[in-house]
Design a protein around this ligand. Structure first.
Ligand code: 13P
Ligand code: SF4
Length: 305
């Protein structure tokens, strides 16, 4: 069977079975082509709350499937490949956050959406990379305890200096691989290219950006721009997607090492097997966990309107 034939089969079966397929922007292009919705973390969580189908397959990582389940508890939600987790989401144990909260009782606890459902039960508001600045600006309290990504936290602090962000050690292992030396090398190889950087990158790397944004914001910027060459500093799948969408422009990865093995773990075959009921993992969460973890997602959707 060819890739195209498998895609056609997935599209036919998902329609017949009333299944919605959600894909994060970092998924492979062959998966994008069978998805009903593609987006960044914020777009996916908004879409999750709206999809009419009773069965939803998330092609992404575990916390994203958990978010879909929190927002649609009545639906059957599947993670297409059960091994796809986000290492950053598991960096802070609930006990550690509980201790931090006790030490900082006057702080509003804000969690990057890349956290486990269990950790979210201890948080006041969730944010994504594209919604963080707006949402934190809208929080009345000036004292914020932000977990777990210090690089995103640093970038947010620079946009809203009037807020005081307390952070703990944490970050995305994929974006942490990007260094200032990579920027110098890429700039020397492509001197005219605009540099587009995800805020999960190190502060000294982010400072070199012509544009900073979430995955979909980076793609929208590159598509709209009159420039012809771009250095992309986020997961390298975005380089391929942009090259597909804009064949008249050139896209270069900032580093060949900016690959998230968890995001790339899901294959088209996993999607097919999940559609057919032969694979994937159904996300099961207790009513209590759903109730307590979705409060911070609801707060995010409310403050982000
Ligand atoms: P966004 O899609 O919000 O930019 O997040 C990137 C990411 O690393 C998701 O795991
Ligand atoms: Fe997690 Fe980083 Fe991979 Fe996103 S790119 S899933 S934040 S490890």
């Amino acid at each position: 069977m060819t890739v195209k034939e498998l895609q056609e089969l997935i599209i036919k079966e998902k329609k017949e079975r009333g299944i919605c397929i959600l894909a994060h922007a970092y998924q492979r292009h062959d998966i994008w082509e069978v998805a009903d919705y593609i987006g960044d973390s914020f777009g996916l969580s908004q879409e999750a709350a709206k999809v009419p189908e009773n069965k939803v397959i998330m092609c992404g990582v575990r916390f994203m499937a958990e978010t879909v389940k929190m927002l649609s508890p009545e639906k059957q939600v599947y993670l297409a490949n059960p091994i796809a987790g986000c290492p950053m989401a598991e960096q802070i144990e609930p006990e550690m956050l509980a201790a931090l909260k006790a030490e900082n009782p006057d702080h509003t606890v804000v969690a990057y959406i890349n956290t486990t459902a269990e950790l979210k039960t201890l948080c006041d508001v969730a944010v994504t990379s594209s919604s963080a600045v707006k949402i934190i600006r809208n929080i009345e309290n000036d004292k914020i305890l932000f977990v777990p990504d210090c690089n995103l936290g640093d970038w947010i602090s620079k946009q809203i200096p009037e807020k005081s962000l307390k952070m703990v050690h944490g970050g995305c292992p994929t974006h942490l691989r990007l260094t200032l030396a990579d920027v110098e090398k890429a700039r020397a190889a492509h001197p005219g290219a605009k540099i587009l950087i995800h805020p999960e990158s190190r502060p000294e790397v982010v400072l070199e950006a012509d544009f900073v944004g979430s995955t979909t914001e980076i793609m929208a910027f590159a598509k709209k721009s009159d420039d012809k060459e771009f250095i992309i500093a986020t997961e390298n799948s975005i380089v391929e997607h942009l090259q597909f969408d804009c064949p008249d422009k050139s896209f270069y990865p900032l580093s060949k090492d900016c690959v998230c093995h968890n995001m790339q773990a899901t294959t088209l075959v996993d999607v097919y097997r999940t559609v057919m009921g032969l694979g994937g993992e159904e996300i099961l969460m207790s009513d209590e966990l759903i109730r307590d973890s979705r409060k911070c997602i609801d707060a995010m959707l409310e403050l982000g309107k």
